[in-house]
Design a protein around this ligand. Structure first.
Ligand code: PAF
Length: 278
């Protein structure tokens, strides 16, 4: 497994081989959700590259950039065992050299939901993803459905800027009790970890109510909100039921594919989850 630490080394490695190239961008502290993306890339491509870079640009001041969990030694061992061909580990100085002032910014779809609650977040995500795609030059890039808005924002950027890479959405990987895997789950105390299962229960309740015929968007949102509110350790930041493509909030009824998404805080930990209603 090659370790590549500069954009030039990354580009050189890509050009030194041939055949389809799959790419999994990560911020490290890998879990089974990341490894599912890696396995899919390995199955679908001749070579696979994984990047590990905790991107300061997508964290606002006061967010968890400094304490974001990191374990490079363990990550590299997991990737070697998985059969990854190369790991791209750029430095902060290489990604954001002195005088850096060029950004990739997607319009309306990145201003809603997470964009509203974390101003500047998606500008950081799209800028780094564009830089990584430029250096890696993959045929396919793999993203999890857990970060549903991120996935849609990146798909929009790829289409709008003719990036010529296929974005492959991959299903959410969950713990046995339904909690979606996330590197941030490590922040949860045992009590918060137990309480966090309420998120999946609330979403599933909305799904079964929808499947029984309920189409009123405010009713479905309230059902999720009130189910989570019954858990004393949970603080709902938002519940959204939005058009699956534009992410515009549905005010009346669900008549087209929709994304039901939530952000819930447990202490200082902010957890996201979602499901698609079709
Ligand atoms: O989803 C993530 O881990 C990050 O947002 C990404 C796509 C690697 C960009 O930093």
């Amino acid at each position: 497994m090659q370790i590549l630490t500069t954009p030039a080394a990354m580009r050189h490695w890509r050009l030194s081989g041939s055949g389809s190239l799959g790419f999994v961008p990560t911020m490290g502290y890998l879990h089974d959700g990341h490894l599912a993306l890696v396995q899919r890339s390995i199955a679908e491509n001749l070579r696979t590259v994984v990047s590990i870079f905790v991107n300061p640009l997508q964290f606002a001041p006061g967010e968890d950039f400094e304490r974001y969990p990191r374990d490079e030694v363990r990550d590299l061992a997991l990737l070697r065992d998985a059969g990854v061909d190369a790991v791209y580990l750029p430095s902060g100085a290489d990604m954001y050299p002195e005088g850096f002032q060029t950004y990739a910014e997607v319009g309306a779809i990145s201003e809603r939901l997470e964009g509203e609650h974390r101003p500047g977040h998606f500008r950081g995500v799209t800028t780094i993803v564009l830089k990584l795609l430029n250096a890696v030059g993959p045929d396919r890039a793999y993203f999890g459905r857990k970060d549903a808005q991120q996935l849609r924002v990146i798909q929009r950027m790829v289409r709008d800027l003719d990036l010529g890479v296929e974005i492959v959405p991959c299903d959410i990987v969950r713990e046995r009790d339904g909690l979606a895997l996330s590197s941030r789950n490590v922040y949860l105390s045992p009590e918060e970890r137990a309480a966090a299962t309420v998120i999946h229960r609330a979403l599933e309740k909305a799904r079964s109510t929808f499947e029984l015929g309920e189409r009123r968007a405010p009713k479905l949102r309230t059902l999720v909100q009130s189910t989570i509110a019954r858990e004393p350790l949970a603080n709902v930041e938002y519940v959204s039921l939005a058009d699956d493509i534009t992410l515009e909030e549905l005010e009346t009824t669900v008549e087209r594919p929709a994304l039901l998404s939530v952000v819930v805080r447990f202490g200082h930990t902010r957890l996201l989850d979602n499901l698609e209603l079709r």
